[in-house]
Design a protein around this ligand. Structure first.
Ligand SMILES: [Zn+2]
Length: 282
């Protein structure tokens, strides 16, 4: 990695971290170099940039502004259900009866299950915009850990992780697919295989922002296809689709239909943030 003086301080820190991590991997001198990095570029909150104890983390006030989605949840959509439940252990959670939101019963999605880390608001919205449009990658490690926790029950059943693809024009413009970066983080933490080239967006779609639910579905229907070479990998597999934000679910539903046509046994969805008017979906 080349260290550019023209980079913003956050990017400088990330570039330097990458270099030092690579060196530590070779030399094993973690302690000294880690302290050196902290001395040159002290750790700061990835959102508000106040000094904190470790790199790639949030300060306590910013952390408190992340609205994590917690149980009880709709088993299908992963939406938080609007009533309290006694705290339950993972063992009890496994054996309890499934709970569904009114939305999931009235309009079952094409995907099997979805889970999200938190609501798409405030600090998390700013962090996702930073990753997507500002190439701010210093939060990726934290996002990966959050996704593994939020998607624990999905990951137990997953054979293959796949990011929701960008159209190649947009990929060229942005230079990276944020969902692929998140997929690689989950792979790094769990060892579950990731496949980034099988699913393709073969035509450009309008941004889904501001479109009605019906228009969103029409916008993405038929937009996805599978690489002929990779098609055989899908048959009979449990796929976990990764995206940054889930709004109406039209995009992941379109991906699901393409994957199930190719024989996928199950398609689950794991995202960083859940957007939209959630109250109307319960
Ligand atoms: Zn902060």
């Amino acid at each position: 990695m080349i260290y550019h003086y023209s980079m913003c301080p956050t990017k400088q820190k990330h570039a330097l971290e990458m270099q030092i991590n690579a060196h530590m991997h070779v030399s094993g001198k973690r302690g000294v170099l880690s302290h050196l990095l902290d001395f040159i570029l002290p750790p700061v909150c990835i959102h508000c940039h106040i000094p904190i104890a470790v790199h790639g983390h949030l300060c306590a006030p910013c952390w408190q502004k992340i609205n994590f989605i917690t149980h009880p949840l709709c088993d299908t959509t992963g939406l938080p259900l609007p009533y309290d439940s006694e705290p339950i252990t993972p063992e009890l959670r496994k054996n309890r009866q499934k709970q569904f939101s009114a939305q999931a019963l009235a309009y079952p999605p094409d995907y099997d299950r979805a889970r999200a880390v938190a609501l798409f608001d405030d600090v998390l919205r700013a962090l996702i915009h930073g990753l997507k449009y500002g190439d701010r990658r210093e939060g990726l490690g934290l996002f990966g850990r959050w996704l593994v926790v939020a998607g624990r029950e999905l990951l137990e059943d997953t054979d293959l992780i796949m990011p929701v693809p960008l159209y190649r024009g947009r990929l060229w413009q942005r230079r990276f697919n944020q969902s692929a970066l998140l997929s690689h983080e989950i792979n790094r933490l769990t060892g579950v295989p990731v496949e980034v080239l099988a699913l393709k967006r073969h035509r450009a779609t309008r941004s889904q922002v501001g479109l009605s639910e019906h228009a969103r579905r029409a916008n993405v229907t038929g937009a996805f296809t599978l690489s002929q070479k990779k098609r055989n990998q899908i048959n009979g597999q449990n796929i976990l689709l990764i995206d940054d934000v889930l709004t109406t679910g039209s995009t992941v539903d379109a991906c699901t239909r393409t994957l199930k046509k190719a024989g996928a046994a199950r398609v689950d969805v794991l995202v960083l943030a859940r957007a939209g008017n959630l109250a109307s979906k319960l």
